[in-house]
Structures are given as C-alpha cells and as structure tokens.
Design a protein around this ligand. Structure first.
Ligand code: NAD
Ligand code: IPM
Ligand code: MN
Length: 363
C-alpha cells in the first residue's frame, strides 16, 4: 500500500460538523473498499474553537493543515459574533486558511444529475445538460485589498474596501481557466465588470494576452450582471466560467440555486501543496444540529479530494455515482423539496446511509 493520504478535517461551526461527519463516513468507506490508506485527523477551527479556547485557528490546527495532503472543511460562522467587524470575527479563519494554503484557485462544479432534475426550480429542458465549472480567484480582489476601514462618526461615516488585482494574480487564474476548459468542452467565459472597474479592465487585457496560447478554446466575455441573467436563461450553455473572487462567490451560489439548493455544491481550493475541500454553503445556523442539513456538498467535496489530492479517480467516481443513486431512489433532504412536500424529507444521516449503501458498504 502506498503512503497514506493525509487529511486534516475541520468540522467548524453550525452544520459544518454534521455534514463533515457524513463526508468522513463516506470517505472512510470508499477508502476501505478501494484499499486506499487514509490518515485522518480532526482539529478545532472556527467560532466554536474560539469559544472553547479563545483562538479560532489554533497553531496546532495550522500545523496540521500545512502538513496534510488535503484539508476537508465544513463551514464557519456563528451569529453570536456577527456584531464584530468582518475581519475580527472568528470566521475570518477561513480566509486565513485559504491564505495559509496558498489556495488561489477555487473550483466550484455545478453538474445536474438525473435524480436532481425535479429539485431544480427551473424547467427540466433548461437544466438537464447543466455541467458548469466556476473557477473563482480566491486570494485577491475585494477580499484582501487594503485599505479596509471605517472612518468618521455616525451619521457621516465612510466605509472603504479596496479591490486590487496584480497582473500575475489574474494571469495564473485565467491560465488555469483555459487549461481546465481544454479538459472539458473547450469553452471559457471570462466574467468581469470592465465597463466600470479598473480591476476588470486589467482582467480583460490579461485574458486577451493569454488567449492566443489556447487556440482550441472558444473564449467569450460577459459582464457579471449579464452573466447572472444568462446563467438563468441558458445555464447549460456554460462550460467554464473564470472570474474574480467576489463575482465567483456570487455566481457559484447562484449555480447552486439553479440546481436546487446551496446544499449540493462542493468545491476544491487549489494552488499550494495542500488543497482545501469544502462545501460552497455556509454554517446555516438555524438548521444546525437538527439532522436536516444536506450532506451532499460535503460528500461531493470528499470526492473532489480523492480525485485532486489523492489521484483516485475511481474512488471519486464511486462516491459521485453513489450520491446520484441515492437521489435516483427519490431520497431528498428538506432543502431539495418544496414546502408542501417537506414531510417526505430524509435526514442528514439517512441520506448519508443511503450513499453508503449505494457504495455497497455495510452501514
Ligand atoms: P448559508 O449557506 O449558511 O445558508 C443559506 C441558506 O441555505 C439557508 O437557508 C440555509 O439553511 C441553506 N443551506 C445552506 N447549506 C445547507 C445544507 N447543507 N443543507 C440544507 N440547507 C442549507 O449562508 P448564510 O446564511 O448566508 O450564512 C450563514 C453563516 O455561514 C454566516 O456566518 C456566513 O458568513 C457563513 N458562511 C460560511 C461559509 C464557509 O464556511 N465556507 C460559506 C458561506 C457562508
Ligand atoms: C464561500 C463563503 C466565504 C467567501 C465567506 C464565508 C468568507 O461565502 O466560501 O463562498 O465569501 O468566500
Ligand atoms: Mn459564498
């Protein structure tokens, strides 16, 4: 057996721990079936960690993340700390983690599966062939630009965030977008707001400079507002979208909505030697601890982990097919059902066990 795949697990806050628990069960099951050695360690991270020890991202957790092949994270965020400025909230540790791992590229795939078709709020013929990858720049733009501050006294305060992009930061994400498109349907849509923003004008220029290196990829451009509409009117026509940090955050949540719920979209954040895998959704505090959260995004993030960090394509596919099978059996967590059919919903654990059963592993 090869060197074990070292995975650092951060459950985090809210529904984070329960969906991560589900993902870990599936990860362990598929690894045992496929004889993949797994070295898995859990560590504190987030608002709950802050509450318990006064530190959201303890040094031991940092070390564990840096030393792992991959980090599997749930979600962070707790309303008890929402009175604090964003950069002082414990959930800021997520941005620290992305920085620590140099995870500059966030891949958010939105793929329709037959079993999900009736969960989409959109007509089946528009979404049946939906298979979209949002490639989001993750370490630049408005999220990290300085200065960031509040000045003056109410009612005359001024708030300031800075959108800043270096040409190299744009270049590496755009190049990755082209490369990923080459491995798919060879269509890349670059999304910006170059009719208004200087950062987007630079983005557009970099895309134009790099495009000749990828003559086999069909390139298109959309302003982000028009993209928001196009995603709804003809979502299946998109292959790869490459965009900046904030726009990617928003458009990926929208892609999840088109599929039916935030609870279904996984992600991989890559760039450094250790990659980070996490659901696109947040900690969903109102539904935490009730066994109603959808574990799909977390489970599919574990599949991405096996594929991208482990090189285990078969194991990743097995998980994806098992999830499809659970959906095809008609199993749905509450988020995927209209209000009048919520009584049919299965819980987090029941859905996970159906996935495990589909993997043909005793539950
Ligand atoms: P959210 O994603 O937590 O929830 C938005 C809506 O989607 C809610 O109605 C929620 O119940 C539902 N939802 C989300 N995931 C679900 C799941 N797996 N199953 C069923 N329903 C699900 O976003 P929010 O409410 O805007 O934010 C809550 C907290 O999470 C905030 O503190 C926010 O900053 C944080 N957040 C963290 C991450 C992360 O850790 N990666 C991502 C987004 C938001
Ligand atoms: C996400 C989240 C995060 C982001 C927040 C919680 C910092 O919304 O992962 O999409 O905006 O990147
Ligand atoms: Mn988001």
């Amino acid at each position: 057996m090869n060197r074990p795949l070292k995975v650092c697990v951060f459950g985090g806050d809210g529904i984070g721990p329960e969906v991560t628990r589900a993902a870990v069960r599936v990860l362990r099951a598929v690894c045992s079936r496929e004889s993949i050695a797994l070295d898995l360690e859990e560590h504190p991270f987030g608002s709950q960690s802050f509450r318990e020890s006064g530190v959201a991202f303890p040094e031991a957790s940092r070390q564990a993340a840096s030393n792992a092949d991959a980090v599997l994270c749930g979600a962070v965020g707790d309303p008890d700390f929402d009175h604090l400025p964003p950069m002082e909230r414990p959930q800021r540790c997520l941005l620290d983690l992305r920085q620590l791992l140099d995870a500059w590229a966030n891949l958010r795939p939105a793929r329709m599966s037959e079993g999900l078709l009736d969960c989409s709020p959109m007509k089946a013929e528009y979404v049946r062939d939906l298979d979209l990858l949002v490639v989001r720049e993750l370490l630049g733009g408005l999220y990290f630009g300085k200065p960031r501050e509040r000045r003056g006294e109410s009612p005359h305060q001024v708030a300031l965030d800075t959108m800043v992009y270096k040409e190299e930061e744009i270049e590496r994400i755009v190049r990755l977008g082209f490369q990923l498109a080459q491995g798919r349907r060879k269509q890349l849509c670059s999304v910006d707001k170059s009719n208004v923003l200087e950062c987007s004008r630079l983005w557009e220029a970099v895309v134009a400079r790099i495009a000749p290196e990828f003559p086999d990829v069909q390139l298109s451009h959309l302003y982000v507002d028009a993209c928001a509409t196009a995603l709804v009117t003809h979502p299946a026509e998109f292959d790869v979208i490459v965009t900046s940090n904030l726009f990617g955050d928003i458009l990926s949540d929208q892609s999840a909505g088109i599929l039916g719920s935030l609870g279904v979209l996984p992600s991989a954040s890559v760039g450094g030697p250790t990659a980070l895998y996490e659901p696109v959704h947040g900690s969903a505090p109102p539904i935490a601890g009730k066994n109603i959260a959808n574990p799909m995004a977390a489970i599919l993030s574990a599949a991405m982990l096996l594929r991208h960090s482990g090189g285990h394509e078969d194991a990743a596919l097995a998980i994806e097919q098992a999830v499809d099978q659970a959906l095809a059996q008609g199993l749905r967590t509450a988020d995927l059902l209209p209000r009048e059919r919520r009584h049919e919903a299965v819980g987090t654990i029941e859905f996970t066990e159906a996935v495990l059963a589909a993997l043909d592993v005793a539950v």
